[in-house]
Write a protein that binds this ligand. Structure first.
Ligand SMILES: [Zn+2]
Ligand SMILES: [Zn+2]
Length: 481
């Protein structure tokens, strides 16, 4: 019996196989539990649902030496070897119904001895199986049912305990998983909601205001820088056509490599400002666009939790130094990997690199800028991450002119923690994601530096600085004395 005990516990031949089969085959048919006539152990004794999940999760529990999984052909009718009723599986070594299973167990436990009231050869059927216990029991033994497979009360209790223990352990594991699962605090969720709303209020993705800017003029005298950039674009356009169905990786890289190759083949000497002359045909439109964007960045900044509580001086210091970086960040939303352009609605408002060169910027800025846009785009930021990154950029304590360094650092730390918590929650395993995003902020610093350099050159020339708006002059600085 001790061997049997172990065998039963491991292989569940006590009836659980039958339970499993009943579940798998009958529940699909909307079948109702059978009447549990003459059962000692009720279904609930087996704690069926938890056992079911146990069995499903641990296939080793299911397999028995007598029954392979493929023997469970659900289409074959399963008949009780004793009475012909619907069987629920192998019980005590034979395929039987629940009724005959219970009958055999009880008879064995009671060591019952029956006598046939007839001639000892009754045919047992579903309907008459209670009429002759002697022939029913004889039939049980004939088809191979063995009392060695019956669990004692002690063993049943032990098995129940085992099932309960597994259930408890599983509940414990689930509780531990739940505790480890990263969560956002209410404050963090609120911050994210606030920033997303702030972004929606300050970023119009229909770009409907763009028609109010001074119009873009692309066909002015062609500058060397502009014509070079244009030729790069026709090249990247061509290659994007041939790869137009897989815009993500390969063609993007090719476009960009073509762009760099062309750039370096043609030499990287900066264009002389004399040559540009007064031909910056895109400057008025792009100056208005930048001016407009600065307003929106200011609007966004004001809605960042804690920003308005800073002194006016610190607010201005942060905005002046980060505005161009946040503009570069937010412009990623319109950036198009297929043709390396910023597409802002109408065809007129699709900006190529060559357009920006017609506003006085050179490839010394535009090359790393496009590279930055490609890298950022490939991070595939969710809007929540995008807005957090902009807020973190804006609240950098190490900007020139900042007074209350500690306070701004505390605000930025809170935003960084929120971003990290958000990433843990939404990109489990994406540990590098945060680092990559922060790296983008470092890239923005050098872009900012190059932009300042080029802006300074531009604003030195009155015929160009007069095209700028007061807000641009205010934020980026006026070099005209
Ligand atoms: Zn039966
Ligand atoms: Zn009989």
């Amino acid at each position: 019996m001790i061997n049997v005990d172990l065998h039963c516990l491991v292989n569940d031949s006590e009836g659980c196989m039958g339970v499993l089969w009943a579940f798998t085959s009958q529940m699909e048919k909307g079948w109702i539990w059978p009447t549990l006539e003459d059962q000692e152990l009720s279904w609930s004794d087996y704690q069926v649902p938890s056992l079911w999940s146990k069995i499903v999760m641990e296939p080793t529990v299911v397999s028995t030496s007598t029954l392979a999984n493929d023997e469970f052909d659900r289409n074959v009718p399963r008949i009780c070897g004793v009475c012909g009723d619907k069987a629920t599986g192998f019980h005590f070594n034979a395929m039987t119904c629940e009724g005959c299973k219970g009958f055999f167990r009880r008879s064995m436990k009671r060591k019952a001895s029956f006598t046939c009231p007839f001639n000892g050869s009754c045919t047992i059927t579903k309907d008459n199986r209670r009429h002759c216990q002697a022939c029913r029991l004889k039939r049980c033994v004939d088809i191979g049912m063995m009392k060695e497979f019956i669990l004692t009360d002690e063993e049943v209790q032990r098995k129940k305990d085992l099932i309960q223990r597994r259930k408890d352990e599983e509940a414990q594991r689930e509780a531990e998983r739940e505790a480890r699962r990263p969560k956002l605090t209410d404050e963090q969720s609120q911050t994210i909601a606030t920033l997303v709303e702030a972004h929606h209020k300050t970023y119009d993705d229909s770009y409907s205001d763009f028609c109010r800017f001074r119009p873009p003029v692309r066909d002015g005298p062609v500058t060397r820088s502009a014509s070079r950039a244009a030729s790069l674009h026709s090249l990247s356009d061509a290659s994007s056509d041939s790869f137009s169905h897989s815009p993500e990786s390969v063609d993007t890289k090719m476009n960009f490599n073509n762009l760099l190759l062309m750039y370096h083949e043609q030499g990287s000497s900066p264009d002389s400002s004399e040559e540009e002359g007064s031909s910056l045909s895109m400057l008025p439109h792009l100056a208005d666009l930048v001016s407009y964007s600065i307003q929106k960045v200011i609007g966004f900044a004001k809605m960042i939790p804690g920003f308005r509580e800073l002194t006016a001086e610190d607010q201005i210091a942060l905005l002046k130094s980060s505005a161009i970086e946040v503009i570069m960040l937010r412009s990623n939303q319109s950036f198009n990997l297929e043709d390396m352009s910023w597409s802002c609605g109408a065809p007129d408002f699709k900006y190529q690199i060559s357009d920006v060169t017609k506003a006085g910027h050179t490839l010394d800025l535009l090359e790393p800028l496009v590279k930055f846009q490609v890298g950022l785009k490939k991070l595939n930021l969710q809007e929540e991450e995008h807005v957090l990154l902009m807020a973190i950029c804006l609240l950098s304590p190490d900007r020139p002119g900042v007074q209350d360094h500690a306070r701004i650092e505390a605000l930025q730390d809170r935003l960084s923690e929120t971003l990290q918590a958000y990433i843990q929650l939404h990109h489990p395993g994406g540990r590098l994601r945060y680092a990559k995003m922060i790296q983008k902020l470092a890239d923005l610093r050098s872009l900012n530096e190059e932009h300042s350099k080029q802006y300074r050159l531009l604003s030195f020339q009155p015929e160009h600085s007069m095209q700028l708006t007061p807000l641009v002059l205010e934020v980026f600085g006026s070099e005209v004395s």
